[in-house]
Design a binder for this molecule. Sequence first.
Ligand code: COA
Length: 254
Amino acid sequence: MNARVLYTARDGVAELRLHRPEKKNALDLAMYEEISEAIGRASADPQVRCLLLGGQPGAFCAGNDIDVFLDEAVDIVPPILRFMNALQAFEGPVVAAVGGPAIGVGATMLLHCDLVYAAASARFQFPFASLGICPEFGSSMLLAQRCGYQRAAELLLLCEVAGAERMRELGLVNQVLPDAELENHARDRALRLAAMPAQAQRAVKAMMRRGGGQSLPELFQREMNEVARMMRSDEAREVFTAFLARKKPVETTT
Ligand code: COA
């Protein structure tokens, strides 16, 4: 199988690019493992100082693969937790370049990036409640902390789709760029970060992220236990099935 997480490291920047364009970069369990490995590889490389996360033109990440949600046989929790913990534990700065949809975990992973740049075409959604499940990756706590409870409720309870400019207003995106400029801009910022004193960058990041007293890995575990329970519920399975069936031709009996 072709790699669906592309990894390159140059000039102190490890670039991780999701590459499953035919599914808008929806993440199945093997992809979670690939991303975790790639982050591990970056963490273990003393030359790497900064991580740059990206998708494909027109798709950052459409979230968890809903097909996987419907598969009773798989335990989604361990691979997803490995990914979350790997990203959260990366000590250097993480930059994200978001074009097209960033939905579900595609949006929540951004809360663990230090600088987020969005193309004007980017669209963000935290659709968990509308799917019959609950948020993950610390977002129930982090969104309210970052943009205020009322605004977080619009995102997490109403599940509103937010454009790039709205996300910038909410303080969840640093800058909105014309689509054609996104990648160069994000890479330029990643290179700038990689050229700075690495130890200081790590110390500042650790200080900024400390506080609140809540252990994120413990919160991740609690949330994922709930997600795993809720995704088996009738209401969630009805929504997943309806999504996957929505474009299939209607069967007719003659
Ligand atoms: N899981 C599984 N398949 C997905 C997916 C997901 N999260 N997101 C997209 N896909 C698939 C579509 O089913 C479609 O597959 P097909 O070509 O075999 O029919 C393909 O990716 C392209 O998606 P499509 O919906 O045709 O593209 P679009 O540009 O019209 O819309 C999205 C893109 C991302 C807005 C839309 O696909 C979407 O809403 N996806 C679901 C996102 C979601 O709820 N994720 C959260 C899960 S927790």
